[in-house]
Design a protein around this ligand. Structure first.
Ligand code: SF4
Ligand code: SF4
Length: 300
């Protein structure tokens, strides 16, 4: 089972039908117990997880996000040298999903977004000059999946509703927008630093570690959250995750929506100005040294 969330689809030799469609498109599909291909799709997985998928699964399994990540996932690069994603880890020495049983999916009610969407692929696209994503879809037709031969027609929107995808999409929107924004900001912003990549990973995928970060002294020295809001955020994984997306927009893209403590903000600004000054002085010294070297060479 493959899923895609990119504008550059691997259409070549891909099971994705090379046609982007809208939610109103009618598809023919049904998956049902007893179908000859039962579990075939879960026997060879390649499933990316959204931050909300991780929340739902770790809550069901009664694990911390760190334990869940260690036991059930592998990280991967969403883009070269860029931000990380997380995939479900298949069974040891195999390709099947660890949640697959003869009866079907053992985490069915909390199954990830990709599993809900299948055989539809969500393509996240970014409208030019806007900070909003527009959804479009493609159909995945794999030879082993006999669901396409079943006599049932419905629109993609109806299928999404049936599979409970809407809530999952809504709660992953902030994360998708961060990825799209990062991709479209491209090299002008430069290669992200290692610490910003680590921060992205923690905030998006390791919500329990992010909770410890939010209660830490360092965080509270800088950010000015009111007590009521803090209690609300810390007591609810989903609210904390959404706050995390907001926090990342502030840290990575300068969209300041979380108030800073004035003292700390001033100190930060002074540190920043000192750093800029230092860099400028170093650049001047470098230029002078280059000029000296040039004159010495001319005299020789
Ligand atoms: S989580 Fe469930 S539906 Fe998804 S691949 Fe695993 S067994 Fe299949
Ligand atoms: S019909 Fe498709 S989705 Fe359903 S079990 Fe078969 S391969 Fe999987």
């Amino acid at each position: 089972m493959d899923t895609y969330m990119a504008s550059d689809l691997p259409f070549h030799e891909s099971p994705v039908v090379p046609e982007m469609c809208e939610g109103s498109k009618t598809i023919r599909f049904r998956c049902r117990k007893g179908i000859a291909c039962w579990n075939a799709c879960c026997s060879n997985i390649d499933i990316s997880l959204t931050p909300y998928d991780i929340l739902r699964l770790k809550q069901l399994l009664n694990l911390t996000s760190g334990e869940f990540l260690r036991q059930y996932t592998v990280p991967y690069e969403l883009e070269q040298g860029g931000i990380a994603g997380v995939k479900l880890r298949p069974v040891e020495n195999g390709t099947a999903c660890r949640f697959m049983t003869a009866e079907g999916c053992s985490v069915y009610d909390e199954r990830p977004t990709s599993c809900r969407y299948y055989p539809v692929a969500l393509l996240s696209m970014r409208r030019q000059d806007e900070y909003t994503d527009i959804r479009s879809y493609a159909l995945v037709k794999e030879d082993h999946c006999l669901g396409h031969n079943e006599p049932r027609e419905l629109t993609i929107d109806e299928y999404r509703h049936e599979q409970g995808v809407e809530e999952y999409d809504e709660l992953a929107r902030g994360w998708r927008q961060l990825i799209l924004k990062k991709k479209s900001s491209g090299p002008s912003v430069g290669k992200p630093s290692k610490s910003s990549l680590q921060l992205f990973f923690m905030v998006c995928y390791d919500v329990d570690r992010f909770r410890s970060f939010v209660v830490s002294e360092g965080f509270n020295e800088l950010y000015d959250l009111d007590t009521e809001e803090t209690i609300e955020i810390l007591g609810d994984d989903t609210k904390l995750m959404l706050f995390g997306f907001r926090f990342l927009r502030q840290v990575l893209f300068g969209e300041n929506t979380i108030p800073l403590k004035q003292d700390a903000a001033t100190k930060r600004m002074v540190r920043y100005q000192e750093k800029v000054q230092r860099m400028e002085q170093e650049a001047v010294q470098r230029r002078m040294a280059e000029q000296d070297e040039m004159y010495e060479n001319q005299e020789d």
